[in-house]
Structure formats: structure tokens, C-alpha cells
Design a protein around this ligand. Structure first.
Ligand SMILES: Cc1cc2nc3c(=O)[nH]c(=O)nc-3n(C[C@H](O)[C@H](O)[C@H](O)COP(=O)(O)OP(=O)(O)OC[C@H]3O[C@@H](n4cnc5c(N)ncnc54)[C@H](O)[C@@H]3O)c2cc1C
Ligand SMILES: NC(=O)c1ccc[n+]([C@@H]2O[C@H](COP(=O)([O-])OP(=O)(O)OC[C@H]3O[C@@H](n4cnc5c(N)ncnc54)[C@H](O)[C@@H]3O)[C@@H](O)[C@H]2O)c1
Length: 445
């Protein structure tokens, strides 16, 4: 532990998943604090994963009921205000309960905006705190298009707090946020148009699977405009317009700018104290150390090729806890990080991707399975259900991608095989219960 020349052994800026491990560090006897400018817990619980998945639950249910039509009678519809009320009931208590848990573990929770005074001192709204080590875990904020009328557009955070669902929503971008929110809004009764930058949706995902999801959304009335070239947002007589293409205008009631997220690195004096960053985030070495040796970074704010997701942030936060407590001196070594787009059906993947396996086809075998014929998928009539399994030359599963209503669970189930490089013999020793998604997923290996 550090000498007490500083108030804290470790001070974290931010309180999201990039700071996971902080409670354990406190329980190990370290003096630690977290500074949070907004809500305790950061993006994921308050205006990211948890908030979104709460709104998505009724969407999932209506889709399932639709498939079971004639067996389950009636027509389910989503009541948006009730769905939003339920989201508030589930999500709003989270910051307080996280704060209680932190304080219970011995973490000091400081509310306010942190900026560096020097490499051991942080100023929070006029009060100074000193620490031996400081972790910058400040995350990202939504990118805003630099075009005329940009202030007329809203962010993912605004969507997740909409009291009333607009009749028409224009979504700019075709990534995670665009596709998940297009699914939720469309199924809740809104008319949705997606304005794409190029001609690909979810460009980092296996395109044959993405195309199935897009075709399904189109059937449900979502419109996609490729290569839209959005140039301005306007308001005339209470009506909003998106200017795109060559003089075209899309009338709309609400605009969602879903063009990505950018690092929270400004107004903190990072450059002044020597921490280096660019528009992808803060540069760190394999110990998550910035150019200033006692200052570290964790979570989305890091400039890294790892996906900017909660599991990555949690892994980094826990790594720092082990590093600071002397339990490791090694650099961080990432396991395969899974990811899922919560459309309906979902698209999930982990490990080696299909395009990579196709490019290096001498190293890999790709097995594509149409899962819609599996009896287990037939029970709830999944018609879009396919996976691609990627094996290396030792017959070990090294990557999976799946499109289906159960893709998230199926990928999670197969994670140990991918992460631990299980052999065929080891896989035979895993006996999932039956019937289950785990059994269905493991039987194809
Ligand atoms: C709409 C949406 C849906 C998502 N869904 C998923 C999902 O389903 N699954 C998934 O894995 N990931 C999802 N993500 C991504 C996930 O939320 C992030 O990867 C994760 O929250 C990153 O955690 P973090 O701690 O790095 O950053 P954050 O959670 O963003 O925390 C950073 C915190 O730092 C605070 N802060 C910033 N600057 C300062 C300062 N100077 N002083 C004090 N505090 C400061 C901020 O207020 C913020 O609370 C989603 C993201 C969004 C936007
Ligand atoms: N399920 C999940 O895990 C999940 C869900 C939501 C968000 N997230 C996280 O949040 C991040 C941000 O999500 P996102 O959807 O905002 O970003 P994204 O990077 O997934 O997608 C951004 C989209 O905006 C488009 N775009 C970029 N510049 C544009 C421009 N000038 N005009 C029009 N379109 C433009 C891109 O082509 C892309 O389609 C994700 O990368 C991910 O890390 C994760």
C-alpha cells in the first residue's frame, strides 16, 4: 500500500463498469474513492445496456407471441408509457443501491466534475483530492453530427427516457444503437426510417446474418436509405426535416443521431499533465498505464481495438484491482469478448469472425448450420435461426456467430469452449441439461 502522503491509494474518475473491482480493492484495505459527475453506475445501467434491455423485454415477448399466433390467441401490443414507467421502476433505484454498496465496502463516493491539477491531485468542483494512483474511467458520450441544425437531433440517452413515442422517428446511423432502437420503436408502433452513411448495416457483423434481420425489419415497415448523405436538420412550422441526398427532405417528428460515441477526455487538463489521447481515446500500455506512470485508464475511454462494451470494461476494472493489490504484475491478456446486438432476432458473436476465417481459410473450417430445422427451435417457431461455427486445425471451436432469438444465450453457452480452447474430448465431458439452449448449442460441436 502507498504511504499516506496522499489521501487515497487509488482515486477513480467515473463510476461505470470501468471501475469494477473498486469495492474489492476497498475490502482489501486500500483507501479508494470514485468521483462521478452524473449518475453512479455510469452509462450501462442508467442509459445503456440495462435501460435498453428493460424496454426490449416486451418487444421480445410480442415477437414470440406473433410466432405462436393461433396457439396463443389475441394480439399483444406494447404500451409505450407503461413500458417507460416500468423502465423507471427497474432502473431509477440502481444509482443509490450502487452507492450504498460502494460505501458499505469502504469506498468514498464523491459527486462532481473531476479535473487534474497535477498528476497526484484532482479538483472536484473546487475541492482538491490527492491520490497515489488515479484511474481515468470517464467513458464516452454520443457523437453529434457537425451539420446545420444538429441541436434538433437527440441522443440514445433521450430515447431511453422518451415519455411519448413519436409517430415518425428518423435514425441517422446503422450501428448498434440504430438497429436496437429501430427494433424497439417499430414494434412499439412508431414509423421508423434509418438513414445509412454507406450501404452496410452493422458493418462489424457477419453480413448474411445482418441481411436477414434487415429484411425482417423492412417487412415490418422500417425503411432504410443507403448512402443517405445527411446534410442538415431543419424545423419549419413545428415539423422537423432531415435534408439528405441531392436536395431530398424526410419529414419526421423526432431525430436520433446514432452516429457513434466519442471519448470523454475534454475539460480535465489531461494534455496539460502529459496524458496522451486522440479521438479514439486515451493511449495506454499493456498495464493500462497512460504516458504518466501513476495515471491509468479503464473502460470505453481507452484507445484500444477491444470492443467498447461492458464485459471489456469489467475485465479491465478487475485487472487493475489485481494489479494494484499486487496479485499480478503481468500485462492485461484479454479473453475472447462476446457481443450481441439486441435486435429481434439477435445477432451475437465471439472469437474469430467469419470474414477473418474466410480470409485465412487454410487455418480454419467454417460450418454453417440452419438451426430453424432443430426441433428445439421449432417449439417457438424460430424461422430466422442460423449459426456459423469456426474450428481451427486442431478441431477446437475458436469462433461462433449466430442470428436467432436465442443467439445471446447460445453464444454465452459456447463461451467456455472458445475461451478455454476445449478439445473434442473435453467437450464430451460437458453434459448440459435437457432440453435446453445449452444442449442445443453444444450438440453441434
Ligand atoms: C444505448 C447504449 C446501449 C448499450 N448496450 C450495451 C449492451 O447491451 N451490452 C454491452 O456490453 N454494452 C452496451 N453498451 C456499452 C456500455 O454501456 C459501455 O461499454 C460501458 O458502460 C462502459 O463503461 P465505462 O465505465 O467505461 O464508461 P461509463 O459507463 O460511460 O462511465 C463513465 C462515467 O464517467 C463519468 N465522467 C466522465 N467524465 C467525468 C469527470 N470529468 N468527472 C467525473 N465523472 C466523469 C460519466 O458521467 C460516466 O458516468 C451500451 C451503450 C449505449 C450508449
Ligand atoms: N448491444 C450492445 O452491446 C451495444 C448497444 C448499443 C451501443 N453499444 C456500444 O455503444 C457504441 C456506440 O453505438 P453506436 O450505434 O452509436 O455506434 P456504432 O459505431 O455501432 O455505429 C455508428 C453508425 O453511425 C454511422 N455513421 C458514422 N458517421 C456518420 C455520419 N457522418 N453520417 C451518418 N452515419 C454515420 C456508421 O456508419 C455506423 O453505422 C457501440 O460501438 C458499442 O460499443 C453496444
Amino acid at each position: 500500500m502507498a504511504d499516506r502522503k496522499y489521501q487515497y491509494d487509488v482515486l477513480y474518475i467515473g463510476s461505470g463498469h470501468g471501475t469494477d473491482g473498486i469495492n474489492e480493492l476497498a475490502k482489501k484495505g486500500f483507501k479508494v474513492a470514485t468521483v462521478e459527475a452524473e449518475k453512479i453506475g455510469g452509462t450501462c445501467p442508467n442509459w445503456g445496456c440495462n435501460a435498453k434491455i428493460t424496454l426490449d423485454e416486451p418487444i421480445k415477448l410480442t415477437r414470440e407471441q406473433e410466432r405462436m399466433k393461433g396457439i396463443v390467441n389475441g394480439q399483444l401490443t406494447v404500451n409505450w408509457p407503461a413500458n417507460m414507467k416500468h423502465k423507471h421502476q427497474v432502473i431509477d433505484p440502481i444509482p443509490n443501491s450502487l452507492e450504498d454498496a460502494k460505501e458499505g465496502a469502504g469506498v468514498d463516493v464523491i459527486h462532481g466534475w473531476a479535473k487534474f491539477v497535477d498528476n497526484h491531485t484532482v479538483d472536484v468542483d473546487g475541492t482538491k483530492y490527492t491520490a497515489d494512483k488515479i484511474v481515468v474511467a470517464t467513458g464516452l458520450h454520443p457523437h453529434q453530427l457537425n451539420i446545420k441544425g444538429t441541436n434538433l437531433a437527440h441522443t440514445s440517452k433521450d430515447f431511453l427516457a422518451l415519455d411519448k413515442l413519436p409517430k415518425h422517428i428518423a435514425i441517422v446511423g446503422a450501428g448498434y444503437v440504430a438497429m436496437e432502437f429501430a427494433t424497439i420503436a417499430n414494434q412499439s408502433g412508431s414509423d421508423v426510417t434509418v438513414l445509412m452513411h454507406h450501404d452496410q448495416v452493422l458493418e462489424r457483423f457477419y453480413q448474411p446474418f445482418v441481411k436477414k434481420v434487415v429484411a425482417d425489419l423492412k417487412k415490418r415497415g422500417v425503411k432504410f436509405i443507403p448512402n443517405a448523405g445527411v446534410s442538415a436538420f431543419e424545423k419549419k412550422n413545428n415539423q422537423l426535416f432531415v435534408d439528405y441526398g441531392d436536395g431530398k427532405q424526410l419529414p419526421t417528428d423526432w431525430i436520433l443521431d446514432a452516429t457513434g460515441r466519442v471519448p470523454n477526455v475534454h475539460h480535465m487538463n489531461l494534455r496539460q499533465i502529459g496524458v496522451k489521447w486522440d479521438h479514439h481515446g486515451i493511449f495506454v500500455n499493456s498495464h493500462l498505464q497512460t504516458k504518466v506512470p501513476n495515471i491509468y485508464a479503464s473502460g470505453d475511454v481507452i484507445n484500444s481495438s477491444e470492443p467498447k462494451l461492458t464485459p471489456t470494461a469489467t475485465f479491465q476494472g478487475n485487472y487493475l484491482m489485481h494489479l494494484f493489490s499486487g496479485e499480478t504484475t503481468h500485462g492485461i491478456k484479454y479473453p475472447p469478448i462476446p457481443t450481441v446486438v439486441f435486435t429481434s432476432p439477435r445477432i451475437a458473436q465471439v472469437g474469430i469472425t467469419v470474414p477473418h476465417a474466410e480470409k485465412y481459410d487454410f487455418d480454419y473450417d467454417i460450418v454453417v448450420n440452419d438451426l430453424s430445422n432443430d426441433w428445439y427451435r421449432q417449439i417457438d417457431k424460430e424461422s430466422i435461426a442460423e449459426n456459423a461455427l469456426i474450428f481451427n486445425k486442431h478441431d477446437q471451436l475458436v469462433g461462433v456467430t449466430e442470428v436467432s432469438d436465442k443467439a445471446d444465450d447460445a453464444i454465452d453457452t459456447l463461451l467456455p469452449a472458445v475461451a478455454l480452447h476445449l478439445s473434442k474430448q473435453q467437450i464430451e465431458q460437458v453434459v448440459p441439461l435437457f432440453p435446453s439452449i445449452a444442449h442445443d448449442a453444444w450438440k453441434n460441436l
